[in-house]
Design a binder for this molecule. Sequence first.
Ligand code: SF4
Length: 293
Amino acid sequence: MNFSSNINCPPYETADGFLQTTQGCSHNHCLFCTYFKDQKFRKSSIEEIESDIKEIPYYFGAPKRIFLQGADGFAADYDVLMKTAELIHKYVSSVQSIGGYARIDNFYDKTVDQLKNMAAAGYKNLYIGVESGDDTVLKKINKGYTAAQAREQLEKIDASGLPYIVNFLNGAGGHKYGSTNARLTAKLYDRLHMTMVNTSMLTVVPGTPLYRAMEKGLYVESTETEKLEEMYELVRCLTNETIFMNEHASNLFHVKCRIPEEKDELLSFIQKFIEGNDEKKLRQYREYITRAF
Ligand code: SF4
C-alpha cells in the first residue's frame, strides 16, 4: 500500500484500517505545525487508491472503520471520495464508516448535496481542524481561513447531515488571549451540531515558525494555567449538545464528557485542577511533552 508518511490518526480513534487519498498537507503553513514538512502535497489517483483498497484485507484484516491518510485526506475531489467509498465497500465489506482529518477549505468545492451523498456513502466523524473561532488567533497561527469562512463551511456540513468533529487548539492565541479566544470559538460553534469538541493544548515545538517568532519576542506563549482558564471559559460558553473531549497527550488531564449534562461537573473539575496545581509543576509536563514531538 502507498503511505508517504507514518500513519496519522488520533490515538483515541476507533479506526482499524488506513488508506491514503492525499500526500502531505494542502496548506502546510500553520506556524505551530511539525508534520509533513518534507512532503509536497499531492492527490492520489483513483488507480492508486483502488490498488491500495484491494490490499486493505491483507494489511488490516476486516476493518470496521477506515481513517484516510494525508494531513487532510478530504482535500481529495468529491468524485474521487465517492469512488473511494464505493470501492471500499466493494472490496472490504466489513467497513461501516470512513473518517479522517480535514481542513475547513477542503469543503469549499463541495456542495450540500455532495456532502449528503458522502454521508450516505459512509463518511462519518471527520476531524476538522477549526482550531479557533477568533480571526486574530487564526491569523497569528496562519491557519489559512477566517472564522466567517469556517462558520460558512460548518453550516454547510451541518445542513448535509454529515457527522463531524471540531478540533480546538487550546492556548493558540498566546499570553493573555485565552478568554477572548474561548468566547469567540464558542460563538463560532453556537447552533452547530458537531459530534464532539476535541481539544488539544498548544505545545510550541523548537524548529517551528511559531517557536522562532517566540524567540524574537513576536509571540508570547500562554502559561499552562492560562490554557486551563481558557478551557474553563470555552466549556462555560459552549451552547451545544455535544461531547467535550481532551484525550490528546498534549492536555494536562483527560476527560470525555457530555455537554450540557456534565457541564457543571466538568467546570468544577477544571477549577479544582487549576487550584490544585501550580504553574511550575504544569510547565514540567509541557517541557516533557515538547521532547515527544
Ligand atoms: S493543516 Fe494540519 S498538517 Fe497542515 S500545516 Fe496546518 S496543522 Fe499542519
